[in-house]
Design a protein around this ligand. Sequence first.
Ligand code: SAM
Length: 333
Amino acid sequence: MTSTSAPLQDRFGRSVDYLRLSVTDRCDFRCVYCMAEDMTFLPRKQILSLEQLYDIASNFVQLGVKKIRLTGGEPLVRNNVMALVERLGKLEQLEQLHLTTNGAQLDKYAAPLKAAGLTGMNISIDSLQPDRFKALTRFGELSKVLAGIDAAVTVGFQRIKLNAVILKGRNDDEILDLVDFARHKNIDISFIEEMPLGQISEHDRAKSFISSEQIRDIIHARYPLTTSTETTGGPSRYHRMADSQSRIGFISPHSHNFCHLCNRVRLTVEGRLLLCLGNEHSLNLKEIIEAHPGDDGILQAALIKAMDLKPERHHFDLDGEPQIVRFMNTTGG
Ligand code: SAM
């Protein structure tokens, strides 16, 4: 069953045209807000093969998905991930193939990713101070990430954006440094509000919370910001500065619920299709493709039907136990 219209419609009139594909739950960092220090990762036999990831993704594209973001965990630690990028890069109906990465291996991968058809990437960076960077990521070397960002900028993608999670008392004094860094590199930057995904013990999420509004005010005092109506098809709301090409984005799952515009679904590397980042509504696609190998008709019918499971919105609450026990690395950031 192949369709050129937009068959992926949910009960609230939203069309889904964006798939976030988690290619691994493993990561070479352990960011303090993302993971516990001693994470247990999925056994290899439980995760989708690269072939299965491709099959599901290409069926989504046949159903009207125009943008795929490879994420994780750290996508670049998945063995042979380039083979998947190369195959996805050849899908003609796919308009944007993006990657979210910690940047640590980009000095090696930026050029082959571009050659394989990757069109854009988000690179996460929460601090420009080496010691602090290591403390926030538990393992990360800032110099490698900076080299990775430079490699990506040199190779040139349609779009490169930095992502920063700001925690009160940890890196909120670096908001303007991060903005200046993005301006200097002539790339965009988004600030993400911390979400209560998974149980962490390293800090109290409620105490470290800083809203997009507070961050915006700090930036606005130095660089007057004007709201932009531009969208890149994701959850960021953009602002512009008069004297720079760089845009400032805010991803505000707490303070500005963006659910009414949600056009996304996520596939975990275990093969679970998640209809919402902040809810557990899901469908086990691994079971379906393993019960009916190679049957695109059954898979596409399941994908269309799964849209009925997409909830209207998420509700995050920083007080008390997290309602969502899966960590961001399992969800696919
Ligand atoms: N390893 C890649 C990276 O570092 O970007 C991709 C996966 S990571 C889970 C994707 C994004 O999710 C990163 O920008 C990270 O900062 C963000 N993230 C992880 N846990 C989060 C949380 N609890 N709240 C908000 N953002 C989070």
